[in-house]
Design a protein around this ligand. Sequence first.
Ligand SMILES: [Zn+2]
Length: 111
Amino acid sequence: MAEGRIPCAVPFCRRTADASKYEGPTKIICGKCWRLGSAAARRAYRIARRRERLLLARYERECTKAEATGVAIASKRARKWWLIRRHLARAIHDSWERVRIEATERKGGIA
Ligand SMILES: [Zn+2]
C-alpha cells in the first residue's frame, strides 16, 4: 500500500483513496464498490448523513446562542442532543456497513 492512501474497505478491491482528503483515521468504500450496494442501503446512508448535517447545524446554532446569551443549554436538552448524536452515528455506521457487506457479497458472486 502506497503511503498516504486509504484502501477500499471491500475485500479484494484494490482501489485506494487519497488520505489527505479525509480527517483522521477513516475507512472508505470506493465509488465502484459503493455502486454495488443496494439502492436501499445507499439511500439509508444518504438520509442518515443528511439528518446529521441538518441536526448538527441546529445544534451549532443552539451552542452559539448559548454562548452569546450566556445562558447554558439545559442539562436535559444537552442529554437529548447527546442521544441524537449517538443515534445518528449509529445510523450512519450501520448503513455504511450494510453497503460494504452487500458490495463484498456481490463482488464475491461475480469473482
Ligand atoms: Zn472498492
